[in-house]
Design a protein around this ligand. Structure first.
Ligand SMILES: O=C(O)CCC(=O)C(=O)O
Ligand SMILES: [Fe+2]
Length: 203
């Protein structure tokens, strides 16, 4: 595998994905960027710009609070410097994934997510029944000083009935193959912020 031109952080993610289909990086987004992204997410929430997240896509989308209780807003380029910087990091990761794993990823979609205390997202796969473009899931967590007693873990259901829990700690990036790993968000005792995104393959 030729990973010579790829920065070590991205190379580690690529290697993890190639060997076991997921990667957890506890120091991915720089501290200043993480703080700015959390501030931007809060600002949008205060302005009432976040909407209750749904299940499914387009006309098939329904809000179902028994399945997920987060609020979200899709990210767009050119609205905020921190968001643009984050999208730039994801673009570097997209190029690294294509160079090494030949995934043919040609787009990235992502949204801020805010889980109020007590909210959760039940076990699911990140694929819609009628759309298999989502290939790789990436989640960046924005929560300073998250402690185990706060709950809110991302629970990954791995092979052989094993689970792997990830604390939504600021700076952590979780990356996994969207079709392979069922996962859920456990309820937390405090508000939980993140950016969830997907690398997409051509339709
Ligand atoms: O925030 C997380 O840890 C996971 C979110 C998730 O599974 C999703 O939005 O599909
Ligand atoms: Fe998910």
């Amino acid at each position: 595998m030729n990973t010579l031109a790829i920065a070590p952080l991205f190379a580690r993610i690529v290697d993890d994905l190639a060997t076991h289909g997921w990667s957890q990086q506890s120091i991915f987004t720089p501290t200043d960027l993480t703080t700015q992204l959390a501030q931007e997410c809060h600002k949008r929430a205060q302005r009432g710009q976040l909407e209750l997240a749904g299940i499914g896509r387009g006309v098939a989308k329904v809000v179902h609070s028994g399945i997920r209780g987060d609020k979200m807003q899709w990210l767009e380029e050119g609205q905020n410097a921190a968001v643009d910087r984050y999208l730039g990091l994801m673009e570097q990761l997209r190029v690294a994934l294509n160079q090494t794993l030949f995934l043919g990823l040609d787009d990235f979609e992502s949204h801020f997510a805010l889980y109020p205390a007590g909210a959760f997202y039940k076990k699911h796969l990140d694929r819609f029944r009628d759309d298999d473009r989502r290939i790789v899931t990436c989640i960046a967590y924005l929560n300073e000083q998250w402690l185990p007693e706060h709950g809110g873990e991302l629970r990954m259901y791995l092979d052989n009935e094993c689970v792997h829990d990830v604390l939504p700690q600021a700076g952590t990036l979780m990356v996994f193959m969207s079709a392979n790993w069922p996962h859920e968000v456990l309820p937390s005792t405090r508000e939980r912020l993140s950016i969830t995104g997907w690398f997409l393959r051509r339709a």
